[in-house]
Design a protein around this ligand. Structure first.
Ligand code: GTP
Ligand code: MG
Length: 449
């Protein structure tokens, strides 16, 4: 284990120079997890744990009725015309819009290759054929830390989509860090499908959802805009799953769209602030998760080492018990044999075989058992021998059965586990601390730290 992970990021000076602090922090965190040799994901896997690498960008899902201005908003944020927009139903499938080194359009399969964590989306029939990725070189606003997911405009009627659009949007909602719902003052702002989806998403992701009244410049005068807002909020409140929400619905419009200076307030900058807030929150969450995952790994390592120490101790006891049973099991037939020999073989033969001194010593040691043996009537000798043999067999079997050893760690594992713990404690945690300081340094002076 070494400081490889840290160096991977800094290895490309041109890239490092162009990355913002936040971008680099998220990238570093991501690399700490995915590094093939020392990454937390492969380390955790070896320990039987499953960790998810944090994403390098926040994911924003945009949804709303057809022609609400979703694609136009993304183009405005990116400051590049990456998505088709228009009055007709423009967006038919899902488009992932992200920043990269080269302007490129990718197909659904390439999209999944780029974002393997989105592979569950491909399980919804038909979706993959309508999924694309648009890579833009733009670095405008916070785009380098954001991935937008543009969705097809929502309209009522069953035949409008070549796939289950509700299922796909709900699936994407689970993956998103933010869900922007656009309602426009004209069109079908209150179509049933939009309301159904908002209600369903709100059940589990109310903290991620932000509502906007888009194309607000088309809402007419201030009083008309208020009426439209009221209507939408009233309609939303009719839904049992939404009636407890206190609706905050900023009004936004794309500044360039409005040729005449509109008198209505444009809160589009608030959307950008919301994005920034979520990025900051995500960085803090990512660093906190990193700390938690480090803890999880070190406690798992400690547990494994403790279990191994306990198993060694238990195995030692088991082995000793096994040895005792085996010893007793073998001692009994031996004693029977010796007793049998000594009591049946004539003394003279013993003297000539072992010598007088050894035979006398043998007689002294065997004295008690010989007395016992003599006390048994001759007719029962065979039964007693049989009984004792069965008893000894039982002891040997018992020895075999009770010496089931608990599994212990291999020598390699015993060497690697403390190394892993030290690597996490000394290297990864230090790295995390440094990243946190770099993050905080952006907002407060070094003196305060
Ligand atoms: N006046 C005005 N027009 C807008 C605004 N945003 C978008 N539009 C126009 O509204 C039309 C629809 O915009 P899109 O961005 O294609 O809408 P969408 O929600 O992506 O539509 P679908 O992909 O069909 O669901 C386009 O003609 C845009 O030029 C806005 O803020 N103000
Ligand atoms: Mg669109």
């Amino acid at each position: 284990m070494s400081g490889k992970v840290r160096h991977r990021v800094g290895a490309n000076p041109t890239e490092a120079a162009t990355l913002s602090v936040n971008e680099r922090i998220l990238k570093d965190c991501h690399n700490i997890y995915i590094d093939p040799a020392n990454g937390l994901v492969p380390i955790a896997e070896k320990l039987g744990l499953s960790l998810m690498a944090p994403r390098k960008k926040i994911n924003i899902l945009l949804l709303g009725n057809h022609s609400a201005g979703k694609s136009t908003f993304i183009n405005w944020y990116v400051e590049e015309h990456v998505l088709k927009t228009g009055v007709a139903i423009e967006t038919q499938g899902f488009t992932f819009v992200t920043s990269g080194r080269k302007r490129e359009s990718l197909t659904g399969n390439a999209t999944l290759h780029l974002y393997p964590h989105y592979k569950g989306l491909a399980e919804i029939p038909g979706v993959l054929d309508y999924a694309t990725t648009e890579i833009s070189t733009s670095k405008q606003k916070k785009f380098s830390l954001v991935m937008f997911v543009d969705t097809p405009g929502l309209v009522d009627g069953d035949m409008s989509y070549p796939f289950d659009v509700n299922e796909a949007i709900l699936w994407l909602g689970n993956m998103a860090d933010l869900i922007f719902v656009f309602f426009d003052p004209i069109g079908q702002a209150l179509c049933k499908r939009t309301l159904d989806l908002v209600e369903a998403l709100n059940a589990t992701h109310s903290d991620k959802i932000r509502f906007y009244l888009s194309k607000a410049d088309e809402a007419g005068h201030e009083s008309d805009r208020q009426r439209v807002l009221m209507q939408i909020v009233q309609e939303l409140c009719k839904r049992p799953g939404l009636n407890k929400c206190g609706f905050d619905m900023p009004t936004i419009y794309i500044p360039s769209k409005n040729q005449k200076t509109s008198r209505c307030v444009n809160q589009i900058e608030d959307v950008c602030k919301e994005v920034e807030k979520t990025i900051n929150q995500t960085i803090q969450n990512t660093l906190n998760s990193l700390e938690r995952d480090c803890e999880l790994i070190t406690t798992t390592v400690a547990e494994k080492l403790q279990i191994d120490a306990d198993a060694h101790y238990a195995n030692l006891r088991t082995r000793s018990k096994g040895c005792l049973y085996t010893f007793l099991g073998l001692l009994i037939p031996m004693l029977i044999l010796i007793n049998f020999l000594v009591s049946t073989v004539p003394r003279a033969t013993l003297y000539s075989t072992f010598g007088k001194d050894y035979t006398e010593i043998l007689m002294v040691y065997l004295g008690p058992t010989l007395q016992l043996w003599d006390a048994i009537p001759q007719d029962y000798n065979l039964q007693v021998i049989g009984g004792l043999l069965i008893f000894s067999l039982v002891l040997v079997l018992l020895a075999k059965l009770t010496t089931r050893l608990q599994p212990t760690l291999s020598k390699k594992e015993k060497r690697v586990l403390p190394e892993t713990r030290d690597y996490i404690e000394n290297h990864v945690k230090a790295l995390k601390k440094q990243l946190y300081e770099e993050y905080l340094q952006q907002s407060i002076s070094a003196y305060d730290l």
